[in-house]
Design a protein around this ligand. Structure first.
Ligand SMILES: NC(=O)c1ccc[n+]([C@@H]2O[C@H](COP(=O)([O-])OP(=O)(O)OC[C@H]3O[C@@H](n4cnc5c(N)ncnc54)[C@H](OP(=O)(O)O)[C@@H]3O)[C@@H](O)[C@H]2O)c1
Length: 328
């Protein structure tokens, strides 16, 4: 089969298209008994970090990048919730996606609604389930609240903008670095867009000095303190990631003085410690996608042989919206 491999930790340019053997059901673990013909694979920020050995999960070299796919089940064991011929999205978590065939455990495979294309389906699970964990499980979003999201034109950002209003947010404020990215955030559903430079004052003005109820923060870095200052009383800052590079520190007197929370969101770790969580999340999300209540992602699509470029677009910050590679 055709696959992308990362043979050395030189960054996304190291990605090469190779011919390797297809996996069989049960490779490399017996529970990987659902075989899927992959049509598209999602690209996420950890894929870029992994190519330099900078992510906490470090697959053995050479490895196949990518955490999520969409495709068609080729075979599944009797009694599984999916069967040969089903259109599915699935999590390879956190490598293995960019290949024509994957073998996965059934609990990481989800039936894709007919209305969702393979490209959109491949760009769905990683971000939408993280954002579900952030807003619903950890952030306790209540109807009528306001949500600010950093990196709003990125994968986590556009996912937050697509989902927050469906879960009751009355207002979504997108923070972006350029006017181009402002257009992406608006298309994803932002009610307001502000530039990263000076976002705190812009948010104060937009909210009449009150601030927002929730900040979704996949960026971290030097925005963190201003994000805390942008929270209304009772507000929650959801710590999702650090694309800005630096892991910020928090003076906890700020939490006390303003009655705000800094809340960690580690979706993978939450799923690993809460059996059945992924299925519960999908049971909530799938009908919303099937009915059109929530729009599917509209990813930027690269062919498989340009996977290195696709991954690099997240590293060099040029990506707009979710990025996906087509595999067949
Ligand atoms: N906690 C969890 O469970 C979980 C799950 C999934 C992902 N994540 C994390 O969430 C973060 C976002 O992932 P993603 O896939 O949404 O990434 P993405 O699509 O690349 O979006 C990230 C955004 O970060 C902003 N950014 C600010 N400084 C940047 C820099 N120096 N380099 C690159 N981007 C920068 C960019 O927006 P502007 O240019 O507009 O500032 C960019 O659009 C990553 O850190 C990832 O590891 C966490």
């Amino acid at each position: 089969m055709r696959a992308i491999q990362i043979p050395r930790l030189d960054g996304p340019d190291a990605a090469e298209l190779v011919e390797i053997d297809e996996p069989r059901p049960g490779d490399p673990h017996p529970e990987n008994d659902v075989l899927i013909d992959v049509h598209a694979a999602g690209v996420a920020f950890p894929d870029a970090l992994q190519t330099r050995g900078l992510y906490q999960h470090k697959p053995e070299l050479p490895y196949i990048p990518g955490a999520e796919i969409a495709g068609i089940v080729r075979s599944a064991p009797p009694g599984a919730h999916v069967a040969a011929g089903d259109r599915v999205a699935a999590l390879t978590m956190l490598s293995g996606a960019m290949a024509e065939v994957v073998a996965l455990p059934a609990d990481r495979v989800f039936k894709l609604p007919d209305a969702v294309s393979f490209e959109a389906g491949a760009g769905l699970l990683f971000n939408d389930l993280t954002v579900h964990c952030a807003l619903r499980t950890r952030g306790r979003l209540v109807a009528g609240e306001s949500v600010l999201v950093h990196g709003a034109a990125g994968g986590i950002g556009t996912s937050t903008l697509r989902l927050a209003s469906a879960w009751g947010a009355a207002r979504t404020i997108a923070v972006v670095s350029t006017e181009d990215k402002a257009d992406v955030a608006r298309a994803a559903g932002a009610t307001d867009v502000v530039l990263a430079d000076g976002f705190k004052d812009a948010v104060k003005e937009l909210t009449g000095g009150r601030g927002v109820d929730i900040v979704v923060d996949p960026v971290g870095g030097d925005r963190f303190t201003d994000s805390l200052r942008s929270l209304a009383p009772g507000g929650r800052l959801l710590v999702i990631g650090f694309t800005g590079g630096e892991i910020p520190t928090v003076k906890v007197n700020r939490l006390l003085l303003n009655n705000v929370d800094a809340v960690g969101v580690g979706w993978g770790a939450w799923a690993a410690t809460h059996p059945g969580y992924l299925a519960e999340q999908w049971a909530e999300l799938e009908p919303m996608l099937a009915s059109g209540a929530v729009s599917a992602p509209e990813p930027v699509v690269y062919p498989l042989e340009r996977a290195g470029e696709a991954i690099a677009s997240l590293e060099d910050r040029s990506a707009k919206g979710k990025v996906v590679v087509t595999v067949r």
